[in-house]
Design a protein around this ligand. Structure first.
Ligand code: 5GP
Length: 201
């Protein structure tokens, strides 16, 4: 549950993990259960929406031209071409600023390169890498989604392998073996971190 009146200094929470680790479900649960006020930053992307995805909720789905116009206008905190597909993904400055100005933590779900960009700007950001219980479970989840072509699945598995080698660059690695347990583990991290930032105020 979020409590907009809770007193703590807001921070940045970065969550990464290969697609298919159950990130989206976990993030939604985390927003609902967070012990500190927490807002998800909605990124912009040039990729097409998947079935069920809503513009402005899941992403801002932009044409490449529109995305690049926003790059020129300096609207992104960071942006990257993810998965080598030529698709661009970027964190909008306005979303992060808005959360912090409202005394909320800002949750950024970005890839490994995004995490590096963000921690250069916000060295105090809390970084969490989400892991699948095993490579087999990960591949199963990816396939059962049924949204990607075989070629894209192969590319995502390769990206996942590469991303796994970066897991130890994050402050925390959380195994998404059981949703409730994983969400609780992240809530505990947030509680601890927000107490630390309050004490250092
Ligand atoms: P998907 O297409 O599965 O939604 O996301 C693909 C990847 O893009 C994920 O690893 C996700 O974390 C990453 N991503 C989403 N938004 C951003 C962003 O704003 N910046 C960066 N650098 N990566 C992002």
């Amino acid at each position: 549950m979020t409590d907009a009146n809770a007193t703590c200094r807001p921070g940045i929470l970065v969550i990464s993990g290969p697609s298919g680790t159950g990130k989206t479900t976990l993030v939604n649960r985390l927003i609902a259960q967070s012990p500190v006020p927490l807002k998800k930053s909605v990124s912009a992307t040039t990729r097409s929406p998947r079935a069920g995805e809503v513009d402005g909720d899941d992403y801002y789905f932009l044409s490449r031209e529109e995305f690049l116009k926003r790059v020129e206008n300096n609207e992104f905190l960071e942006y990257e071409e993810v998965h080598k597909t030529g698709q661009l993904y970027g964190t909008l400055k306005s979303h992060v600023d808005n959360a912090i100005n409202n005394n909320c933590w800002s949750l950024l779900e970005v890839d490994v390169d995004g995490m590096k960009n963000i921690t250069q700007i916000y060295p105090d950001a809390v970084t969490i890498f989400l892991l699948s219980p095993s490579q087999e479970v990960y591949e199963q989840r990816l396939r059962s989604r049924g949204t990607e072509s075989e070629e894209l699945i192969t590319r995502r598995l390769q990206t996942a392998q590469r991303e796994l080698t970066f897991a130890d660059r994050y402050q925390y690695q959380v195994v998404n073996d059981q949703l409730d347990r994983a969400v609780q583990e992240i809530c505990d991290i947030l509680t601890q971190k927000s107490q630390l930032t309050s004490q250092s105020n």
